[in-house]
Write a protein that binds this ligand. Structure first.
Ligand code: BGC
Length: 476
């Protein structure tokens, strides 16, 4: 992403029509964030009402959403092509409303599991198709900014969920309201998308070039741009590579970096902090209300430093933030482990748990949070970007499931300290890998990035390199 691309919000504010589309479409990322955040507070209360007595039951209630999301994302690409991105998102919003209400009305363990799975289906579909749809509708020069915008929507969703958890906590049936409120953005997505245009790329794929031209004209400044874009869409269409080619020799190293970033983003334990923040704060001696209030600080820190990172990533580079952020979160995990290992520390400096969690979330928000999503949009050549990003997203959600499904059991098996130290160990592994293998992508051409990675995209894609202009990573 170059400086021009980072001005996604600036451009969107100038072009109000575009801003409207981006905001409605981005509700997908927001819903993912909301669901990620809401369960933390809801869990404190629903475990009693629904009889979720064991750690196993609580974990599965949290994590089953991810299984739904993976299943949802798996069909999302196909649906988005078959019936359009727009209709896919309308369906997803509708399913979300059903899922949110079903969660709110759940009477027992199987019902809450089924409802969270349905929510997951919707969240996976919406958050997969949102960046795709926005990316296809905004002008080329700001496309890179969409990725960071999506991360901002996720973190804002988490923060809003923490606020809702906190606000509803004193009321009767509190956890039911926490879930029910989510039906509002779900409905906004379904209804809002009804008024949005089809993506130009989808229209071209369906042979409706004139309709695509009409849509582009409404969202672009001049006709040249429109012709260029139609040409580019036609050039790329039908040339996307298969999964087999993705893991073929020439692209393998690029794929390994993308997948490693996806896996490391999760195994340093981000979602144990996001999902279980109130639970961890209770483990550290807080009562329910205090834990929910303190979770608000965590959500706020996440949003604020995501914005800081987005503003500075183009000035200081991706690697700088990746290395700095991962170092900070690893230190925070070590301190958290020490805190839980020492009863004297717990009574003398009770605030240390919250301080460590805040430092952890700061490290994640400036580093792995936005940088993972940004880098996987920058390291792959255009023809393989769609499928390659899909594979990375699947790994990311798969490991998200694994970590959130095992956190509470791990604290039983290897103690709380052992669990945080294990995540810290993964943090050290991540640092070593990033330092050795992850190239800088800021302002560099795709060829330079491929060279650093030791991959050969040209060979893999069977391209003639003799007379090709240099393809710039940031200029697509
Ligand atoms: C991750 C999510 C996480 C969120 C927290 C995202 O980049 O992919 O798993 O919940 O950041 O801010």
């Amino acid at each position: 992403m170059n400086v021009a691309e980072s001005s996604f919000l600036t451009e969107a504010f100038r072009n109000k029509r575009l801003l409207g589309v981006a905001l409605i479409a981005a509700i997908g990322g927001f819903l993912f964030g909301y669901d990620t955040g809401v369960i933390g507070g809801a869990m404190l209360f629903m475990q009693k009402d629904l009889g979720l007595h064991s750690h196993g039951m609580q974990q599965l209630t949290v994590a089953i959403l991810l299984l739904g999301a993976i299943a949802g994302a798996a069909v999302a690409g196909w649906l988005a092509d078959a019936i359009s991105r727009r209709r896919t998102k309308m369906i997803s919003g509708t399913v979300y409303v059903i899922g949110a209400i079903a969660c709110a009305l759940s009477q027992n363990y199987p019902e809450i599991l089924a409802s969270r799975f349905v929510l997951g289906l919707s969240v996976g579909t919406a958050s997969f198709v949102s960046p795709m749809y926005i990316g296809e509708l905004v002008p080329k020069r700001i496309r890179g900014g969409v990725v960071s915008f999506n991360q901002l929507m996720i973190t804002s969703g988490i923060l809003l969920a923490y606020i809702v958890d906190w606000a509803f906590a004193p009321l009767p049936s509190n956890w039911r309201w926490m879930f029910a409120v989510a039906a509002i953005p779900g409905a906004a997505l379904a209804i809002g998308m009804f008024f949005m245009p089809f993506s130009p790329r989808w229209l071209v794929q369906k042979g409706r070039e004139d309709d695509a031209r009409d849509v582009l004209r409404r969202y672009r400044q001049d006709d040249d741009e429109v012709d260029d874009e139609i040409r580019e869409i036609k050039e790329v269409a039908g040339k996307e590579v298969s999964i087999r080619e993705l893991i073929g020799k020439n692209l393998r190293r690029t794929m390994i970096v993308g997948v490693a970033l996806a896996v490391f983003q999760q195994i340093v334990g981000i979602n144990t902090v996001i999902y279980y923040a109130p639970t961890i704060l209770k483990m550290a001696g807080q009562h329910n209300t205090g834990a929910l209030t303190e979770s608000l600080y965590i959500g706020l820190t996440n949003v604020v430093f995501t914005i800081v990172a987005i503003l500075l990533l183009d000035k200081l580079g991706r690697r700088f933030f990746l290395l700095l952020g991962t170092t900070c979160l690893t230190v925070a995990l070590v301190v958290l482990g020490v805190f839980f290992a020492s009863p004297s520390l717990q009574s003398a400096v009770g605030w240390l748990a919250l301080a460590s969690l805040l430092f952890y979330i700061f490290g994640f928000a400036i580093g792995l949070g936005p940088v993972f999503w940004l880098m996987i949009s920058e390291i792959f050549p255009l023809q393989m970007r769609g499928p390659a990003m899909a594979v990375c997203t699947m790994f990311n959600w798969g490991f998200n499931f694994l970590i959130s499904y095992t956190f509470l059991s791990l604290t039983d098996w290897i103690t709380k300290s052992g669990t945080f130290w294990l995540y810290a160990f993964f943090g050290v592994c991540a640092l070593v890998f990033f330092a050795a293998k992850v190239p800088e992508t800021k302002g560099r051409s795709l060829e330079e990035i491929q060279e650093d990675l030791g991959s050969d995209a040209d060979q893999a894609l069977g391209r003639d390199t003799s007379a090709r202009p240099r393809e710039h990573a940031a200029a697509r």
